[in-house]
Design a protein around this ligand. Structure first.
Ligand code: SF4
Ligand code: SF4
Length: 320
């Protein structure tokens, strides 16, 4: 049996909603087939008040073995480093977290807020939020750069706003079955199995990207969203077009630009009007290009590609 404790810091519950919608495997599969015992979860836990405090203290003392601590939401340190803005079970949540992190075999951060601070950590960060081991791309975070859990691993980061449900349940299964040892991590502690390719991999609009067939309207069935609507698919590490959402679609397939939600800099906009769904350009060339692409070559290539585009490059690939 693998004991899982799930806690929420500065969170909107988006990752909880995502988790409860997982399909491969489902939350029921975790319990019925993979021996996962959910000790407590904000939406599923039965204990309240004193009973919950006893459960948490039993985890800290080792009376209940804590195999996996899942944390959702940012670590809130305000005001002035006390964490009192986020109290839980009669203490600052960050104090529970510090104690539980010392005994957990594995720690999994789900969603951008837990991994790197997310939206709450946007400047001016009034809640003094940070992620478990990162603040945006800067290593450290609440637990510190050198932290490793009892199993000898740093915090396993599953970013996203929210994280894809199956990324979460599949990592829990990998831990429960001992297969986590075979999974490689990148420099941001993201499991490579989900984050080694770009959102663009598997996007149905790749032909439109190649021939610069653009769309400037949301929800259209054809046209690449990079040239006008600021799609970050070519710059974002995620498997959203390989492991589809609800097993049927993805943001870009539905005609919505990727916002880059699995990268520490998310959200990339600075809240100035016109900066969110608008490709920022300098002399007609996007300010940010896919990694490894040089501006001069890009300008030349896209001009030629547009002129050379065959009629089928404009086709709606959902119906062909
Ligand atoms: S819509 Fe986005 S992910 Fe899809 S091909 Fe265009 S830039 Fe790439
Ligand atoms: S498509 Fe982009 S913004 Fe949407 S969930 Fe995937 S990585 Fe996040």
């Amino acid at each position: 049996m693998t004991n899982v404790l799930w806690l929420q810091g500065g969170a909107c519950s988006g990752n909880t909603m995502s988790f409860l919608n997982a399909e491969e495997p489902t939350v029921c599969d975790l319990i019925a087939d993979f021996g996962i015992n959910i000790l407590w979860h904000p939406s599923l836990g039965l204990e309240l008040g004193n009973d919950l405090q006893i459960l948490l203290r039993n985890c800290i003392s080792g009376t209940i073995p804590l195999d996996i601590l899942v944390f959702e939401g940012s670590v809130v340190n305000a005001p002035n480093g006390t964490g009192e803005w986020n109290r839980f079970a009669d203490r600052a949540m960050k104090d529970w977290l510090a104690d539980l992190a010392k005994v957990a075999k594995f720690i999994v951060a789900v969603g951008d807020c837990a991994t790197w601070g997310g939206i709450p950590a946007m400047s001016p960060n009034p809640s003094e939020s940070e992620g478990l081991q990162f603040l945006k791309r800067q290593e450290g975070g609440f637990l510190g750069k050198d932290f490793v859990s009892q199993a000898g691993l740093p915090v396993i980061n599953i970013p996203g706003c929210p994280a894809h449900p199956d990324w979460i349940t599949q990592i829990l299964v990998a831990i429960a079955t001992g297969r986590i040892a075979d999974i490689a991590f990148d420099e941001l502690n993201r499991p490579q199995t989900f984050f080694n390719t770009y959102t663009q991999t598997g996007c149905t609009r790749n032909v439109h990207f190649a021939y610069k067939a653009s769309t400037a309207e949301f929800g259209q069935r054809k046209g690449c969203l990079f040239y006008d609507l600021g799609c970050r698919g070519p710059m974002t590490h995620s498997s959203c077009n390989r492991i589809l959402w609800n097993r049927v679609s993805s943001k870009t397939r539905a005609g919505m630009p990727c916002l880059g939600c699995t990268e520490p800099e998310f959200p990339f906009f600075d809240l100035k009007p016109g900066t969110v769904f608008k490709t920022q350009t300098v002399m007609g060339v996007p300010k940010e290009l896919p990694p490894g692409v040089n501006k001069k070559d890009y300008a030349l290539l896209t001009m030629v590609a547009k002129d050379a585009a065959p009629p089928w490059a404009e086709e709606d690939f959902f119906t062909v």
